[in-house]
Design a protein around this ligand. Structure first.
Ligand code: HDD
Length: 717
């Protein structure tokens, strides 16, 4: 029988993790066998200067363990950060699914969520232009359910058999292992330019979605179409979405590159700090439901992972909320050893025949066997379900469970046929009995051949700023390509998506858009196939747009957890500084006082204040906004610091909210290029010569809430 709903199962998981926690505070040092060690500073030698003795088992144990500390990093998604939390459904979804964790609004289901980049190694920068992984492990009472998604709703390829090619192409090139964590190189674009099915995904990865402001401000998507099954056995198609309550925001590419130098752990740190500070990130779980009989009513195939269902056609229903409220205790034990797998499923859910999904079902367990070293990785605390585990599986590397009794097989009579198979009534999982009657073929469905229309839909749905950023991203990426043919092939594809897009990119590359309209560029055609079967469907002249695909006009969600820098030095205007600090704190923004040096600051009234960072370690790219209060001697000192001028200049270039009062305005003038008037008159720049102007804090808060002021940027479309 499944465990009774106890409404507190988040505690079960935490208690289980607690049992494995080791805290050496106040304890003696021991070997792994529990032997107390008296000297951990010197190895055992023949005399103080003598040779070290092989007999020194303490030395050997310590060094051997150290030598084996690293496990193979994930072949993809190697770099990540994770957090614990819980999920709660708003109301029972029994009409749609019998999944236990979606029935009871008072039940908190524990989750562990790992965010990641895809291409880079474990030590690469968080700010690479890349897809972000968004993997959620629900520890439900019916077993673990893993929703292993990304922050983009579509994927590069339609069939899993191409995944190794895609990843080989994007990873550093094999001869010199360059470049790290970047798609801007020949092999990636060579592959993409021969793979038209990637064009929709390319629109997403070249958009600012690929450089998020924070993991906390990203959407998540299950990508594939799954099935929900209710207690009557009725199946419906479902797509999963995560909608962040902090809105969806990104940085700009120049900023991303600078952050990679200033703080390559920017996203990891942001998640950690927010949770430590009690600002728990939240996402609503959304579902798009398609009735079984509507499977073929769209002009794309629901089984094709390069397509999304526009929200205008099928609205997203928000059915519950996930809150991340606890950082891991140990990066390796939890974040590195967590093992996700699409095949970790619970009753009430099932797969579809999406060929990308089907291949993934093989890959994840296989990769854990290599990475975690054997078949018992489910016994590692972070991977253990809260549901009890009973089966005849035995032995293997690092087995932890001590299975009692004589039987490890079924049927058996010796142990009363235990463990017994569970019927549906007892919570046993059954597959949806989908009818399959087909020839065995290696082929791609014709319904998968429309490679440009949704790329076009994405392009049409972007604001002019987003279109400009997309063109610039493609100019950057293809600008780093060395082989000319690749650029020309890409321009041909882009021309299929949109003429302005192709022209904008071509201009930046100093090329003309090729006149050929060759939609036959699909080189992913099997040897003996009829090329006509693989011909891409030409893009329609007009394709609609979908508001949900744009990050422009994000919902106003306030400035909670936004990072605000206050530039100050000795003599800073105390009342202006304090009034701004008070106003920002009331909105739960995070404030940092940045000064020419570390230590304490003396304000105009003699008050001392702690400096959070010096201009040498801080940079505007690590903040959402900057304020320069007045105070004659403070501003005079700042004007002598190149870093202070650069700080404001960069914040302006990156379209951030800037405020200055009293003499602080002088620093803004010094930071202006192209005339002080231009900077002072720009949107999102709030100045007042009145040192304690009471309107400035509220105007500044309103401006930070806008995220960025794109009117400062030159548009390309
Ligand atoms: Fe994958 C990891 C997401 C296609 C094979 N994948 C991995 C992770 C995420 C995704 C978020 C990291 C999980 C973690 O944090 O540990 N992958 C996706 C999405 C895909 C996708 C959204 C397309 C819709 N993946 C995909 C294919 C294959 C793989 C087609 C292979 C056929 N993915 C893997 C893997 C990884 C992995 C090799 C590496 C580490 C791991 O599994 O545990 O098995």
């Amino acid at each position: 029988m499944p465990k009774e709903t106890n409404k507190t199962n988040t505690n079960d998981k935490l208690e289980e993790l607690d049992q494995n926690r080791e805290d050496s505070t106040g304890q003696f040092l021991t070997t792994n066998q529990g032997l107390r060690v008296s000297d951990d500073q010197n190895s055992l030698k023949a005399g103080p200067r003598g040779a070290t003795l092989l007999e020194d088992f303490i030395l050997r144990e310590k060094i051997t363990h150290f030598d084996h500390e690293r496990i193979p990093e994930r072949i993809v998604h190697a770099r990540g950060a994770a957090a614990h939390g819980y999920f709660q459904v708003y109301e029972s979804q029994s009409e749609l699914t019998k999944a236990g964790f979606l029935q009871d609004s008072s039940l908190k289901t524990p989750v562990f969520v790992r965010f990641s980049t895809v291409a880079g190694s474990r030590g690469s920068s968080d700010l690479a232009r890349d897809v972000r992984g968004f993997a959620v492990k629900f520890y439900t009472e019916e077993g673990n359910f893993d929703l292993v998604g990304n922050n983009m709703p579509v994927f590069f390829i339609q069939d899993a058999i191409k995944f190794p090619d895609l990843i080989h192409a994007v990873k550093p090139e094999p001869n010199n292992e360059i470049p790290q964590a970047a798609s801007a190189h020949d092999t990636f674009w060579d592959f993409i330019s021969l793979t038209p099915e990637s064009m929709h995904m390319i629109m997403w990865t070249m958009s600012d979605r690929a450089i998020p402001r924070s993991y906390r401000m990203m959407e998540g998507f299950g990508v594939h179409t799954f099935r929900f099954i209710n207690a009557d056995g009725k199946s419906r198609f479902v797509k999963f979405h995560w909608k962040p309550l902090l809105g969806v925001h990104s940085v700009v590419w120049d900023e991303a590159q600078l952050i990679s130098g200033r703080d390559p752990d920017f996203h990891r740190r942001d998640l950690w700090d927010a949770i430590e500070g009690g600002a728990y990130p939240e996402w609503e779980l959304g579902v798009q439901i398609v009735e079984e009989e509507d499977e073929h009513k769209f002009d794309f195939d629901l089984l094709d992972s390069t397509k999304l269902i526009p929200e205008e056609l099928v609205p997203v229903q928000r059915i519950g909320k996930m809150t991340l409220n606890r950082n891991p205790d140990n990066y390796f034990a939890e974040t590195e050893q967590v093992a996700f797998h699409l095949g970790h499923l619970v009753p009430g859910l099932d797969f579809t025949n999406d060929p990308l999904l089907q291949g993934r079902l093989f890959s994840y367990t296989d990769t854990q066997l290599k990475r975690l070293g054997g078949p018992n990785f489910h016994e590692i605390p972070i991977n253990r379900p809260i549901a009890p585990v009973h089966n005849g599986q035995r032995d293997g590397h690092m087995r932890q469970t001590i299975n009692v009794g004589r039987t490890s097989y079924g049927p058996n009579a010796i142990n009363g046929d235990s463990p017994a198979q569970a019927g549906q009534k007892e919570g046993g999982f059954t597959n949806y009995p989908e009818r399959i009657d087909a020839n065995k073929v290696r082929a791609r469905s014709k319904s998968f051949m429309d490679h440009y229309n949704q790329a076009k839909l994405f392009w049409n749905s972007q604001s002019d700023t987003e279109k400009t950023h997309l063109i610039k991203a493609l100019r950057f990426e293809l600008g780093k390509v060395v082989v000319d043919d690749i650029r020309n092939r890409m321009l041909m594809h882009l021309a299929q998506v949109d003429a302005t897009l192709a022209k904008g990119v071509a201009e930046g590359l100093g090329l003309d858009v090729p006149s050929s309209n060759d939609v036959q560029l699909n080189k992913s055609v099997p040897a003996d196939a009829n090329p006509a079967d693989y011909q891409s469907v030409p893009a329609k002249a007009t394709v609609g747009s979908s508001a949900a695909l744009s990050m422009a006009n994000p919902p106003k969600v306030g400035i909670k957890t936004r990072q605000v820098a206050i530039l100050a030095a000795d003599g800073v205007d105390a009342s202006a500084l304090n009034a701004m600090k008070e106003a920002l704190s009331a909105e739960k923004a995070i404030i940092a006082i940045i000064a020419p040096r570390l230590g304490m600051l003396k304000t105009s009234t003699g008050e001392t204040m702690k400096i959070d960072a010096s201009l040498q370690t801080a940079a505007s790219v690590l903040f959402d906004a900057v304020y320069v209060p007045g105070g004659k001697s403070s501003v005079k000192s700042l004007l002598q610091e190149d870093e202070a001028i650069r700080f404001v200049h960069e914040a302006f270039m990156h379209c951030k909210a800037i405020a200055a009062t009293g003499e602080g305005v002088e620093l803004l003038k010094a930071a202006a290029t192209g005339g002080a008037e231009k900077l002072l008159d720009s949107d999102g720049v709030i100045t007042s010569l009145d040192a304690t102007d009471a309107d400035v804090p509220s105007q500044f808060i309103e401006a930070i809430g806008q995220h960025r002021f794109w009117s400062r940027e030159k548009k390309l479309v």
